[in-house]
Design a protein around this ligand. Sequence first.
Ligand SMILES: [Zn+2]
Length: 283
Amino acid sequence: MSERKVLNKYYPPDFDPAKIPKLRLPKDRQYVVRLMAPFNMRCRTCGEYIYKGKKFNARKETVQNEAYLGLPIFRFYIRCPRCLAEITFKTDPQNTDYAMEHGATRNFQAQKLLEEEEKRMQKEREEEELNNPMKVLENRTKDSKLEMDVLENLQELKELNQRQANVDFEAMLKQHKEVEEEQRRKEQEEDEQEMKAMLEQAQNRRLLMDSDSDEEPAKHCPNPTTRTKPRAILKTKQNKNKTKKTPKKPPKKPTKKPQKTKPKQKKKPPTKKTPKTKKKRTL
Ligand SMILES: [Zn+2]
């Protein structure tokens, strides 16, 4: 039992490893692997579509005499699921992709093919220009001419569009009306605001007048905006004098005021602020 744990085995003195028979396998031997189709393709024999991701039991082999930077390239053999025709494709490490080999055509590649073609053209041109300075000039003039043509075409198209553009009178009228309406509304709002401002101003002035009236009543009398106060002040004076302005008395307030003046202390208050002035006066 202890034997199985032994790490060092006994080699007899005449042991020769070269004499051990080797398992000789062919280099292009094939393995069976399970894989998924790496791209969409269509069988050339029966026209069946094989979509990316379809699973196959494939045979895999290393491609002989072909490598990319030392990387081996593998080839896979699958069978069309409908007609059993053999389809092969290879790995393509240069483009990190797979390359169709035969038995099917690859689908949905138009964009890629176009890009490749463009790249190839560009490369060709560059090579040509490197060797031939005249070609450079030629290409440049060609390019500028092409650009001019494109611009011209664009201008023409624009003009054509303008010519075909219809004049919509209805829409124009409607727009005009809307603008007018807007203007009218604005004017109205402005008027209202002005009115409000003026009213406020007048009220403020009135308040100021009330607070100042006991000190300088004579100055404020001519002010036209504050009518009630100066009159009241005048009336109080009139009550004291009872000479000049008795005929001038305005309709309601003056008639009441003289009656109330008799108690002398709390006379007529047409507004709330007048009592203050009178109190001060009495004081
Ligand atoms: Zn097929």
